[in-house]
Ligand binder design. Sequence first.
Ligand code: NZQ
Ligand code: ZN
Length: 393
Amino acid sequence: MHSFNYHIPTEIVFGKDTELQTGKLIRKYGGSRVLIVYGGGRVVRSGLLDRVCKVLEEEGLAYEKLGGVHPNPYLHFAIEGVKKSIEFGADFILAVGGGSAIDTAKYIAHGTANPDIDITRFWTRELKVTKTMPVGVILTISAAGSEMSDSAVLTNVETGVKRGLSTVYNRPTFSILNPELTYTLPRYQIACGVVDIMMHTLDRYFCPAPHNHLSDEMAEALLRTTIYNGPIALENSKDYDAMSELMWCGSISHNGLTGLGNKTDFAPHQLGHELSARFDVAHGASLSAIWPAWARHVYKSDVSRFARYAANVWGIRGSNEEAAAIAGIHATEEFFESLGMPINFTTLGVGLQGEADLRDMAYCCSYKSTRTIGAFQVLTEEDMYQIYKAANC
Ligand code: NZQ
Ligand code: ZN
């Protein structure tokens, strides 16, 4: 087992009507002037925003609203948010929504706490975040896991680069998880979430040996739980138990727990970010479209690991390890398809790409030939190209 530090400061408040506790929680963590960050207006239409504003008023908290966060959120929007937050004198940022609203809120918090620094310099990692201000979350979609994660992902539309920043300062102060708030999700977003939850787990599970037995067992249990409940949720988005399981799986999948003691890989996420930056496709869809090609490209690095995955997650025991490994990849692909998720570029809806475009994707994903990605198998720019090419069908 590798050495690790594990500190999760996020208070989780789970259950029905828990958003009514928002005002008290903000008070508890010292907030008095709150910037509320949300997305495309759905929380306005559903009445959730009004309910939240009311409980803030009851608690005597001043607030300002900032709507309009785009899915696959933009760096320039967060920069505008920082200005608004500073003008208002915010001392607490509240995200209402999914990963896009939460990640924007995290950056706004960093910018507000560091008014002399352009947050672009954090985004490029030129500067490290050394202080921030508290961020609270009311989660409305089980997917990105940002409600407990140390990560925030923004796209710079000027450069066309989507990238994540990991820092302990990205962990929210509290997150409110009311599964009923996810009842309004369209099927497609539920399916995207199921894929993302699985991928946060798989991107940790497929890592170089030595492996940590306990983390592996937890990862496999989380995957089985998600695979079991995903189709139930798709069938009936008002199934409280299924939506609860997905919500908690989403948080645990990306709070670091399932990868403790192991190295993480996250190459599929990096390959997928390039697809989202280029085609503005949903994050979950970018992952299911690339994972089968990634898995077939790398499984020989550790066939036993893929065979274990097939056995413990899918109940597949092949005639030999290689057959089992391949069958496990196939089962994953079929599951994604059964959710209505893409498994290649055609089903992703971006069409077949030309040779020059595939090369350019690899070039961009490798940050202009300056980085490798992954740890299960370290991928060079040529590997990235081969994977994009394999998905190009
Ligand atoms: O824009 P709104 O109105 O909020 O609508 C959203 C959006 O259109 C909608 N939605 C959310 N809750 C809903 C709902 N529609 C109906 N009913 C509800 N209850 O769903 C759409 C997607 O929302 P978004 O916030 O973009 O989804 P998600 O949580 O999947 O976040 C995706 C973003 O998070 C990043 C992704 O790359 C992507 O940019 N990630 C962030 C991570 C992190 N910070 O730790 C890790 C992830 O791997 C991921 O990279
Ligand atoms: Zn993800």
